[in-house]
Design a protein around this ligand. Structure first.
Ligand code: CDP
Ligand code: CDP
Length: 232
């Protein structure tokens, strides 16, 4: 069977991971959430006192990078792979607003990126992978047969993320979620190493007014076409 590589990039809370999971399931591919890996390193930095709202001890984090082991394990009940940090399931812990408030700073560190990109490329070495993030089509898999770039208005994205956090039982306000979304958009798009940009050849999708079903249909159509093209 012909397998391709699918790279999904875009801004926070645009529905990348939702559509990537659906696509991986439909195609029988592996789904990798690269953002979860940056969140895992951020959690490690927080747990070890390398980052808080007042400072970021980058050098100590860099010195400890070889102590960080990130893995994914498929959870049959959830239907996707959960992330583990040094053998411990951290899937829930990494989704908090607090981790979101530090993750973009951690993601500016080239040494962190280098280590994670290597692991991501290894996950994709046999193709048949759907990976979402910020630099997947530009840096991780520049040769990906299908590249998608997802966007939506900041207000819509903040509302989606806010609803999600409230459903989890987190105590957050819409305003702080919006502020976080906007601040991450800015840091992710302007950092020096691997900024969020639209990779050449990407299919753009603004889903501000699209349902999950509509966006999935759109993406599945494009991936079916690509798989057909590659076969011919
Ligand atoms: O789910 P959400 O879109 O809010 O974020 P995420 O995909 O979990 O990514 C969290 C953060 O990790 C992003 O805001 C980026 O700072 C960083 N990231 C990155 O730099 N490169 C990637 N390939 C994935 C995430
Ligand atoms: O991975 P990313 O941060 O781009 O977004 P996500 O975690 O897949 O989606 C964030 C939230 O927005 C989820 O609760 C989705 O169900 C919701 N969403 C939506 O309601 N409609 C869309 N068209 C896209 C996402």
């Amino acid at each position: 069977m012909t397998k391709i590589t699918i790279a999904i990039d875009g801004f926070s809370s645009t529905g990348k991971s939702t559509v990537a999971k659906q696509l991986a399931k439909a195609l029988g591919y592996v789904y990798v959430d690269s953002g979860a890996m940056y969140r895992a390193v951020t959690l490690y930095a927080m747990q070890n006192g390398y980052i808080d709202s007042a400072y970021f001890d980058k050098e100590s984090l860099i010195a400890q990078l070889d102590q960080i082991s990130i893995s994914f394990k498929f959870n049959e009940n959830l239907g996707f792979a959960e992330v583990y940090l040094n053998g411990k399931n951290i899937e829930k812990q990494i989704r908090t607003l607090e981790v979101s408030q530090f993750v973009s700073q951690v993601a500016t560190v080239s040494e962190v990126r280098e280590q994670l990109v290597k692991q991501q490329q290894n996950f994709g070495k046999n193709k048949g992978v759907v990976m979402d993030g910020r630099d997947i089509g530009t840096v991780v898999f520049p040769y990906a047969e299908l590249k998608l770039f997802m966007t939506a208005s900041a207000e819509k994205r903040a509302q989606r993320r806010y609803d999600e956090l409230i459903k989890r039982g987190d105590d957050v306000s819409y305003d702080e979620v919006l502020k976080n979304v906007q601040s991450r958009d800015h840091i992710d798009s302007t950092r020096e190493d691997s900024p969020l940009t639209i990779a050449e050849g990407s299919i753009k999708l603004d889903n501000s007014n699209m349902t999950l079903e509509e966006q999935f249909e759109f993406v599945l159509k494009h991936s079916d076409e690509k798989i057909r093209d590659v076969k011919e």
